[in-house]
Design a binder for this molecule. Structure first.
Ligand code: B12
Length: 358
């Protein structure tokens, strides 16, 4: 990395951490005048700074409000870059038309925006649909515009079942699907499992793959979920999703029986504990959907890190998993995943009861 790139990263980080939009834009314009091109600024300056925002939040070194402010400024910074220079002839949309969208329920539009802006710079006409695009509207858009390809972005693994429906719906009308974002796993394993035409780890690789061309799938009847994921036949995923509310309620009640001190929790603490349990159930359901224990174990390890940074005992998470396992005695796959996650968490000796991050 050049000195100017790392300097720009450092200065941009300080500007967004101080919620200083003018300083942020000034850093980027200065770096541009010093010769950094827009793609480098997007992917080697703004993107790493945005990742750092997540790391600092996870470590409890910045607040949620600071994270929101920093993200909002980085979004404006991307727009400022896009509109500073008039499009050069080499950058005009000569390659074709593509659509970039986030899966329904997915609010992380920033990564998708990075992909869109990169493709625009590389000469594509991009329809950027942004966060949580409902699948029927996405399909209607593809029909109307005749997009050459659709690029689907997702950051949260819990959106994978919805992503699967979107992928099959787009392919059924003959539009090739490229997927990307953290939800699909570091090696894109979930994207491949869900039958995408292409997965790419980052915006540059996505652009190169599009330039090489994607084959159009033959329009066909929508594939049934079970065709891609035969393990769903055991109904564990469906039953966990159908009984989600009851599972959360019962786990909370069981925890209160085990730890009467929980009955004195404030409303905020109780809401937070319910939210944490809901995340656990949602990630467990998603692991069942893709039949991958690692998806759940990665999530519980991440949660343990978040709790530790906030001085909440990890024993509370182990306890939640134990109580949930008690309710899922007749679900062999779910039990295997819960056991794997519990084993992976470090054994802690404290038994102070379920904590919350509130
Ligand atoms: C900003 C942010 C938010 C913002 C999003 C605002 C916005 N406009 O995007 C808000 C506040 C809305 C948010 C909400 C939540 N967030 Co959030 N968020 C982040 C954060 C800090 C940055 C995301 C980002 O922009 N990253 C920067 C880019 C550069 O990274 P990237 O995703 O890797 O993108 C590259 C590639 O993946 C790829 N790519 C991406 N999309 C695509 C698509 C295609 C087709 C291709 C080919 C490639 C590709 O190219 C990109 C560029 O090269 C991350 C932490 C992080 N480190 O990423 C958490 C993070 C993703 N969020 C997280 C969580 C938990 C949440 C919430 C559940 C929090 C809550 N309790 O409510 C909600 C969920 C909301 C929802 N339903 O979607 C967790 C997820 C953890 C997990 N186990 O899954 C993370 C990882 C935070 C953390 N460190 O723990 N979040």
């Amino acid at each position: 990395m050049s000195t100017i790139t790392s300097e720009a990263q450092d200065l941009l980080w300080r500007a967004v951490a101080d919620a200083d939009e003018s300083a942020a834009i000034a850093v980027l314009y200065y770096a541009m005048d010093e010769g950094l091109d827009e793609e480098t600024l997007l992917l080697d300056v703004i993107a790493p700074v945005q990742e750092r925002v997540g790391i600092e939040w996870a470590a409890d070194r910045i607040t949620v409000a600071q994270e929101h402010a920093a993200t909002a400024i980085n979004e404006r910074a991307m727009a400022a870059l896009a509109h500073r220079q008039s499009v050069r002839p080499s950058q005009s949309a000569h390659r074709g038309r593509v659509t970039v969208a986030c899966i329904d329920g997915e609010w992380h539009s920033f990564p998708a925006r990075l992909v869109s802006e990169t493709l625009r710079l590389r000469g594509w006409h991009v329809d950027h649909l942004g966060a949580q695009t409902p699948t029927p509207h996405l399909v209607a858009h593809l029909h109307r515009t005749g997009s050459d390809a659709v690029l689907l972005s997702s950051s949260l693994p819990t959106r994978l079942p919805t992503a699967h429906a979107a992928i099959t719906a787009c392919q059924a009308i003959g539009v090739p699907v490229m997927a990307g974002g953290r939800a699909f796993g570091p090696d894109g394993r979930y994207a491949h499992e869900l039958g995408v035409d292409r997965w790419a780890p980052d915006a540059r690789t996505a652009a190169t793959a599009l330039e090489a061309g994607l084959d159009r799938p033959a329009p066909a009847a929508i594939r049934q979920t079970i065709d891609d994921l035969p393990h769903l036949e055991d109904q564990e995923y469906t039953l966990v999703v159908q009984n989600r509310a009851q599972l959360i309620k019962q786990t909370l009640a069981d925890l209160e029986d085990l730890f009467p001190a929980m009955r004195t929790y404030s409303t905020a603490q109780r809401d937070r504990t319910t939210e944490d349990l809901a995340h656990i159930v949602d990630f467990l359901a998603t692991a069942l959907y893709v039949d991958d224990a690692e998806l759940f174990t990665t999530f519980t390890a991440w949660t343990a890190g978040i709790l530790t940074a906030r001085h909440v005992p990890v024993a509370s998470l182990r306890l939640g998993l134990d109580v949930l396992a008690g309710q899922l005695r007749d679900f062999p796959r779910a039990l295997t995943f819960l056991t794997a996650a519990t084993d992976a968490l470090h054994t802690t000796s404290d038994h102070t009861g379920p904590g919350t991050t509130a």
